[in-house]
Design a protein around this ligand. Structure first.
Ligand code: HEM
Ligand code: SF4
Ligand code: SF4
Length: 554
């Protein structure tokens, strides 16, 4: 019986996972198509889809700035509220109206990008395992976001606000929590007081402050969280919203009058989509949708739970306490502790396995993870149990031994990124790592200066969209000598190519590899001291594209 039950629940988990996988795959395809179009239009570096979390922050600040301006003129009384908003809209059309419209449109934009951010994290499977924390706090943020926006509509005290007030009261009255029904407060004009408006204003400031606190909590476990989108995206979206505000200013829908019943309103669908349902169906159904939806989102990271690969492990005898792994871990999984083993260093690294996604970026940061080490057993200060540095060295040698010609390339790719199996051919070896930044630059040095291949190509996720968040940035900085451990000056940069490509970029990647090999043929074999790089060249300007040589594109 027990065996039967276990088998049944196993089947159930399998079915659930299969369904989720199908939804994720279709969602991913849809995102890829749209992102591909945006890549074409703007280039990957300023593709807004790669900065949705940061854009949410940006729109929050736009809403805050415009809100502060509105608040200067806002009157917190029943008569004054509508009048002051009308004054801003019509008398101060040049600034007040634009600020009001910006406040509204940026709030709508925030809902759009937050929902896209949620959907994207889901389809890319970045919500389970260690990431459950960001996911759960994100779900809670949705409630604060909606409460902030709906509260704002209420303050205008027009017909729409009246509709919201009455329907919200009906909605909450369905819950057996209030002694007196809330709806009584909106029976007629005499039932609403100026004090009530002061309370509303207070809430409309207080809830967004809690939203901000929640946003901070949301990114607590993410190191170097990107909370500002690239400047071009900020300027572009702000300009677009300002033009929209000037062309289609936000307008009130006539003064509220509780002595009459509202028959027609134009709701803002981004915030108020649930309201017609409360009206048409019942408050209970609306609670079912909102509460059930929240609950479903909350348990999603455990349907089923993701089992991360084995966490990084510190080898104290090999750790000199330099702290590079601590600085580079994108998930704050490494901490530095006082030394405990008597070696003459101040600190030692320690990994919290509950936060580790097994990306290996810490290994790529560790100066001891070098294939040149002559110790009998190659063990790094920090290493991945499933793909130890020793194994990467062995695989590097295996992948290069059979390569022939003067254009031999070893491609290091990343497991969450584009599938590289098609690239392996005569003259091209392929090795896939958990993240491209799991490779210390010394491996590139090793491969080229020891003649294992004529060139090295690093392939990672599209710029700004690294699955492990910082892998591409750290790799570029290490190559450019801006971040430890950096690539030694003796390695000819023209023998290195980088390609940051989305899964849809297979054709571009093949073309880049062909072009790279053709240049290697022209260069001839590597000779010690042959061609030295420009020392201060920076690769960051090619961020996001397939480059021919990491250093020459500065
Ligand atoms: C006010 C709303 C939100 C803001 C401002 C926000 C902002 C951010 C930011 C800035 C990051 C870090 C991005 C990076 O540096 O890589 C992030 C990550 C994340 N967010 Fe949100 N977010 C919001 C809502 C949500 C929601 C509703 C969800 C899903 C329910 C969500 C899920 C996640 C997840 C799973 C990550 C972690 C990604 C990773 O570890 O790679 N967020 N968010
Ligand atoms: S494997 Fe990745 S998540 Fe784990 S400690 Fe290293 S850098 Fe951090
Ligand atoms: S990078 Fe390596 S040597 Fe430096 S603290 Fe981390 S484990 Fe130790």
């Amino acid at each position: 019986m027990l065996r039967y039950l276990v088998a049944q629940s196993g089947d159930e988990i399998f079915r659930r996972r299969a369904l989720l996988k199908t939804i994720q795959r279709s969602g991913r395809l849809a995102f890829t198509l749209v992102e591909h179009a945006f890549d074409h239009a703007f280039g990957p570096r300023i593709n807004p889809f790669y900065h949705l979390g940061a854009l949410s922050f940006f729109f929050f600040w736009v809403v805050t700035a415009s809100g502060i301006y509105l608040f200067i003129f806002f009157e917190t009384s029943i008569e004054g509220a509508y009048r002051s908003v009308e004054y801003l809209t019509h008398e101060q059309w040049y600034l007040g109206s634009v600020a009001r419209s910006l406040h509204r449109y940026a709030s709508d934009a925030m809902v759009i990008v937050v929902l896209l951010h949620l959907a994207r994290e889901f389809v890319l499977d970045r919500y389970r395992g260690v990431r459950w924390y960001a996911w759960i706090t994100g779900v809670l943020l949705l409630w604060f976001l909606y409460a902030s926006g709906i509260g704002g509509y209420w303050l205008v005290w027009d017909r729409l606000a009246q509709y919201i007030a009455v329907v919200t009261a009906e909605w909450f009255d369905w819950l057996p929590i209030f002694g007196e029904p809330m709806a009584r407060n909106f029976l007629n004009n005499a039932a609403v007081s100026d004090r009530f408006f002061s309370l509303l204003s207070f809430l409309h400031i207080g809830i967004p402050l809690f939203l901000l606190l929640g946003m901070w909590i949301h990114i607590l476990r993410i190191s170097v969280a990107k909370t500002n989108p690239p400047r071009a995206i900020m300027i572009g979206t702000l300009l677009a919203l300002t033009v929209l505000s000037a062309l289609y200013p936000a307008l009130s829908q006539g003064p509220a009058d509780l002595d009459t019943v509202v028959s027609v309103v134009r709701p803002d669908w981004f915030y108020l989509a649930l309201y017609p349902l409360i009206d048409v169906w019942s408050p209970g159904v609306a609670w079912g949708i909102a509460g059930g939806g929240t609950l479903l989102l909350m348990i999603l990271p455990w349907l089923p739970r993701r089992r991360e690969a084995a966490a990084a492990v510190v080898s104290l005898p090999n750790c000199n306490g330099c702290g590079r792994c601590f600085a580079d871990c994108p998930y704050s999984a490494v901490i530095m502790l006082p030394r405990t083993d008597g070696l003459p260093y101040d600190s030692q690294a320690s990994v919290n396995p509950d936060l580790c996604t097994a990306c290996g970026i810490c290994v790529g940061a560790c100066p001891t993870a070098t294939p040149f080490r002559r110790k009998t057993e190659l063990i790094a200060g920090i290493d991945m149990p499933l793909l130890a540095i020793r194994t990467i060295r062995e695989k590097t040698l295996t992948a290069t031994t059979k390569l022939e010609g003067q254009d031999r390339v070893l491609v290091y790719g990343c497991q969450p990124g584009i599938d590289l199996t098609g690239l392996a051919q005569k003259g091209v070896g392929v090795l896939t790592l958990p993240c491209v930044a799991a490779l210390t630059p010394s491996f590139i040095d090793f491969v080229i200066t020891r003649h294992h291949a004529d060139g090295v190509m690093l392939v990672g996720c599209a710029a700004g969209d690294c699955y492990h968040r910082l892998g591409v940035d750290w790799t570029e900085q290490r190559l450019a000598g801006q971040r430890d451990p950096y690539l030694r000056g003796r390695v000819p940069r023209e023998r290195i190519a980088t390609a940051w490509v989305a899964p849809s970029g297979a054709k571009r990647l093949t073309q880049a590899l062909d072009a790279f090999r053709s240049r290697l043929r022209d260069m001839g074999p590597y000779q010690k001291g042959g061609s030295l790089p420009p020392p201060s060249a920076s690769p960051s300007s090619n961020h996001g594209e397939v480059s021919d040589a990491a250093y020459r594109l500065g």
